[in-house]
Design a protein around this ligand. Structure first.
Ligand code: ES4
Ligand code: ZN
Length: 326
């Protein structure tokens, strides 16, 4: 069976990866030591053992604790560089990386430090790894819209270093509508717009991400399969879903990988993609997500080509470069 080899070798784009979620336990401990930050885990093994999640919130609590070791511009560079090298090894030729400025500004780390470190890694990846990389600033939806506006304001002097904005963190109870005004402002600024919706939340959140926030793609979106009218809209308008199978498995969105709906999304004609979300926490980078999902759900070589083409179609790569990849 040569399908795993084909899947691994395919050039692909990764469109749903939180850079703070690429922080491996080894790097967490190295940065904690370098910055003299206390973390409430004895060693790498103890920390890794804490990675047993029951839902999104149980993961987010540990994910925000892990990010507390990031202090200097070099820390953000080192984290992003480690991910970009790992992405290159999986034949990811383009990546759009999420970052969560509020996780850092809340601890007194300036937005400039975060963006400058991440952006320098993106520039170096293009030159030294042949991986094109760009940044998407995410607002934390458990915080207020006012806080999101303040974050946007602080980031705008660095407008040239990120291509868009997104919405992440605790979904249920924090619908897209809560961020209508700040997304409208970002739209005026010419930023690309995406949002997490339909991960744990209902199809109604996917509808409002589209109709209220006017997002160009939906992160996760797997709950859309519960709403036939929504499925039809996504297919007709070719609105991409950035699906993350191992994340969905680890956060118990599906009981096992064989029960994942990626195949039905693709077979319904949706522009679905496969991505790693938080690879250090969910047990796999890009190729691990692809290979395990192919094995468990019975995707074939045609699906592999479709998923790779979808990843470039769904990307914010500018034409004519974009068509060259497809
Ligand atoms: C996230 Cl899996 C997931 N969902 C929502 N927000 C997130 N931030 C990092 N990973
Ligand atoms: Zn995510």
């Amino acid at each position: 069976d040569r399908l795993p080899e084909l899947v691994r070798a395919l050039p692909k784009a990764e469109l749903h990866m939180h850079i703070e979620g690429s922080l491996e336990p080894e790097l967490i401990f190295a940065l904690a030591q370098r910055n003299k930050v206390e973390i409430p885990y004895a060693d790498v093994e103890t920390l890794r053992h804490a990675y047993a999640f029951t839902n999104l919130q149980s993961f987010l609590d540990i994910y925000y604790a892990g990010a507390s070791v990031l202090i200097t511009e070099q820390d953000f560079y080192d984290m992003a560089w480690a991910y970009l090298k790992r992405a290159q090894a999986d034949n990811v030729v383009h990546t759009e990386m999420f970052f969560d400025p509020q996780t850092h500004t809340a601890r007194g780390v300036p937005v400039k430090t975060v963006i400058d470190g991440l952006h320098r890694a993106c520039v170096d990846a293009g030159r030294q790894l042949g991986v094109s990389a760009s940044l998407i600033l995410c607002f934390l939806r458990h915080l207020s819209e006012e806080d999101a506006f303040a974050t946007l304001e602080e980031a705008l002097p660095h407008r040239d270093k990120f291509i868009g904005v997104g919405l992440d963190s605790s979904e249920v109870g924090h619908p897209p509508e809560k961020f209508a005004r700040v997304f409208a402002r970002c739209r005026e600024l010419g930023l690309h717009l995406v949002a997490h919706a339909g991960e744990e939340g209902p199809p109604a959140y996917v509808w409002s991400a589209l109709d209220v926030l006017k997002v160009e793609r939906v992160d996760h979106g797997v709950q859309s399969s519960k709403d036939p009218a929504l499925m039809q809209r996504l297919a007709e308008e070719r609105i991409p879903l950035t699906v993350c199978p191992l994340s969905n498995l680890k956060l118990c969105v599906f009981p096992d990988l064989a029960a994942h709906n990626i195949k039905s999304l693709l077979d319904a004609g949706l522009v679905a993609t496969i991505n790693s979300d938080d690879p250090a926490y969910f047990g796999g980078y890009m190729n691990e997500n692809w290979v395990q999902t192919f094995a468990a759900t019975g995707l074939d070589a045609r699906h592999a080509w479709q998923l790779a083409a979808n990843s470039f179609e769904a990307s914010f790569i500018e034409p004519p470069q974009k068509q060259a990849y497809m």
